[in-house]
Write a new protein. Sequence first.
Length: 418
Amino acid sequence: LVRLLSPDDYGQFTLVTNIIGVIAAFSFQGLVSHAIQVRREDEVQWQIYFTAGRAIQFLLFVITNIIALALATFEEYVAIAPLIHLSSVLFLMEWPTEISIKMLERELDWKRRRLLHGLSLLVTSIIAIIMGLSGFGVYALIVPGLLINIPFIYDLFLRRKWRPTWEWNIEKIRPAFQFGLNRVGSGLIIKGRPLLETTAIVHILGFASAGFFGRVIGLGNLFTRRIAIQIMYAVYPVLTKIDKNTDKYRKMSGLVFRAVAWGSIPIGVIFSILAMPIVNTIYGDKWLSIVPLVPFAMIISVITALSHVLYTLLLGQDNQKKCLLLDIITLIFHIPILLFSISDGLYVYLQYLLLLEILIFVIATFWLSNTEGVRYKSILDSIVYAVLASFISASAFGGLFYVLGVNLDQFLTAFIFG
């Protein structure tokens, strides 16, 4: 798709995605996530979750369309107004999808979960490429994101033959609402950050720069942060079933953190060294201007991946307030960084962003260790061994390739080096 679409297309898509993301912070996803926290099976209120979802998701659908109409009155944003109208359908489709997904996660049925997810990714990827080849532009990014929900909706209503009874009981749903409200605060900040970021980049540097920034951060997230997200996605439902502040919880926390560190740190080092051939291979010639940004983006993504593990482990301890506070601290520091560095270009902005991510990681480590969620030594060992191994091997093979006069800008030699 990056070979078929322009940086402007990706800039528009990034801004639309971030606007939808902020609105989605109020969605019933946070409320239905409480189903994973519940320890006993007979206490999961699926029917009440679904009834609450109807009111919440339809309201967000209407609000999104009103926002799209308002943005259409501004010349700077008129191009994205139709995209937001189309994206508003996502709230209606995610309503049954989230119930379906949470049922599978609650049952730890990862086989069916990944089968449905894999099927939807395969079909929507094919549709996206066909749309890109047919000249649909940014719509090739928007439409597949809607269709990805269909297999889960099918699984809920046709395979399970699950039917809503529209049951409602405010007392039974109250704990879920309290949990969801805490997650709304965090969700607003988590989704609000990239919206502020993208809006500032578009306003000061233009849609193309937003597209370049999105792709370089996307490269880091795809190969490093995605590791953390997927691991924690799979582990979290198990984590919530283990008693907090026990040796078992701490041992599991340390192993999960190590898995992410040992997976993401070597990739971050390799991609930083091989930025040119990797960008050229994955994105193509028209994206080579992001090559100098890749090392900073990779380091940021690695630290963000590690912070994501710590954040999820805090949440698994029912420390939602600490998670919210961490999000608030991140936002408080991010705003001045945006105001004072973005006008100097993406390279300078990424340097300041790196300092912020290091600060958040240190705070998350301190809090989780103090709540006996993980041991300091587990975190330190995981990072030190991975960093040492990566740099020793990179230095050794880098020296060897230099002596042999091998050019690492070629795909085959870069692959061998990696």
